[in-house]
Design a binder for this molecule. Structure first.
Ligand SMILES: [Mn+2]
Length: 443
């Protein structure tokens, strides 16, 4: 199907749902504001701008401030599109036909031009920043909770258009990952590797759906390692890259871990762990099916990691005792994954279909997705196995620490850790692993 046909079906689906929701929640109209440029204090230099997911879920305009969507039951939706007369900046380019044909596009020169639309007294819902919408009248409900929850819920089911966007973002990310791996093999620094990633992406870094994690050696044990060293380390032992790409405002979120060339006993052991984690991750991704509880899948990940720790003699005892003693939480202290879409950590991961809270289990407070999976969900599957000195130190002081083969575990600290992350579409049957398909397509 063409982009135009996919998008047209996407909008028709969203409009049908919205007609129903406006009626059910007692609103005549919903406005969605794309947001506004913000400035750091004491400075006149705007922060990089990106619209929020509610806006992007309707129009492929991820970087357009101060636009407004006007959505009414049974009527062609209106896009108030800001193209200011401004000789300091280039205005946003004209809307493209393939998607704009679904909208009544009204070009405006000033946000004040859409303000008067909101001020009309009707039952009005508006999504946006409270500060940007203050004083527009008592007839408006800003970010009304129950309507927002219903819209969030709809966003957990990806349309064919959204699936295609996420797959395109996966292809871009996979190509850039290959280039980054080549830069690692050449012995480049974290910054050099990141530059190779961006070069392959051939996009401005502001399009990245999140700040990529480029971690050499023990930096891989820092879960959200945020620096990019200019100098490379003495030896390239290992490389963890957690980086995605964007397509029309939809994200991919991909992690791979690679071995360096060091032919040491520890190196061989670490490569064995990467292979075992890859196998575990594929199995978990394959089990992402409609009806499966993501909390159960997270627990299965812990079981799998316990088996790996046991089989490699890093920890003694049965895999049950390794999980029960909390040992796997030292090596895998984050959640198995999250929803993915117009936001990298997409909405409604910790509520049920009616918006009721589904908090994570007390032992897994970092788990961002606690629901049973449904057809049309897109999730990340990202088990990890790390050697985090701070957590290892803590485990050493506990009775479960006696099960750990400390000399072997400590010999792996310089390698940091492993995370392998794929993006997976849940169907009624076989899940679709977008990431593996993307790597396969470019190889
Ligand atoms: Mn992720």
């Amino acid at each position: 199907m063409s982009d135009q046909a996919l998008y047209s079906a996407h909008i028709n689906h969203r409009r049908e749902r919205l007609d129903h929701l406006l009626n059910a929640h007692g609103f005549d109209v919903l406005f969605i504001h794309s947001g506004r440029l913000s400035y750091p204090r004491f400075d006149d230099r705007a922060q990089p701008f990106r619209v929020h997911g509610h806006f992007n879920a309707w129009v492929p305009l991820p970087y357009t401030p101060d636009c407004l969507l006007e959505l009414r039951s049974g009527q062609r939706p209106v896009l108030w599109y800001l193209q200011p007369e401004d000789f300091w900046h280039a205005p946003p380019k004209a809307p493209e036909e393939w998607w704009a044909s679904q909208w009544d596009v009204q070009i405006i020169k000033d946000p004040a031009d859409w303000v008067k639309r909101i001020e009309r007294s009707e039952a009005t819902a508006v999504i946006g920043e409270e500060a940007h919408l203050a004083g527009l009248g008592d007839h408006i409900a800003v970010n009304p909770r129950s309507l927002m929850q219903a819209l969030d819920e709809d966003r957990t089911f990806k349309t064919e258009y959204e699936r295609a966007c996420i797959y395109q973002a996966s292809l871009k990310g996979a190509r850039a990952h290959r280039a980054a791996k080549a830069a690692f093999d050449e012995g480049q620094s974290e910054l050099g590797i990141f530059q190779a990633y961006l070069h392959a992406l051939n996009e401005d870094p502001m399009t990245l759906p999140y700040d990529g994690i480029v971690a050499l050696n023990d930096h891989a044990s820092i879960l959200h390692y945020q620096h990019r060293d200019i100098e490379g380390p003495k030896a390239h032992l290992s490389f963890l890259l957690d980086a995605g790409a964007d397509h029309l405002g939809y994200a991919s979120d991909i992690t791979r871990t690679h071995m360096g060339h060091a032919q040491t006993r520890e190196g061989g052991m670490f490569q064995g762990l990467i292979d075992a984690m890859d196998h575990l991750e594929r199995g978990l991704a394959h089990s992402a099916r409609a009806g499966h509880s993501f909390v159960d899948m997270h627990h299965q990940a812990h079981q799998g990691i316990a088996q790996i720790l046991s089989q490699t003699d890093l920890v003694s005892g049965s895999s049950e005792s390794i999980v029960a003693g909390g040992i796997t939480r030292t090596f895998f202290p984050h959640g198995l994954g999250h929803f993915l879409g117009a936001q990298v950590h997409d909405v409604a991961g910790q509520v049920d279909g009616q918006g009721r809270p589904l908090p994570p289990p007390p032992d897994d407070p970092m788990l961002r997705l606690t629901r049973a999976l449904k057809e049309g969900n897109v999730v990340t599957i990202e088990p990890g196995l790390y050697f985090i000195p701070m957590l290892l130190e803590k485990l050493k002081g506990e009775s479960a620490g006696q099960q750990v083969n400390w000399p072997a575990v400590e010999s792996l600290i310089p390698f940091g850790g492993i995370r392998i992350e794929d993006n997976v579409l849940v169907t009624e049957a076989e899940p679709v692993n977008y990431t593996r398909e993307a790597f396969h397509a470019i190889d």
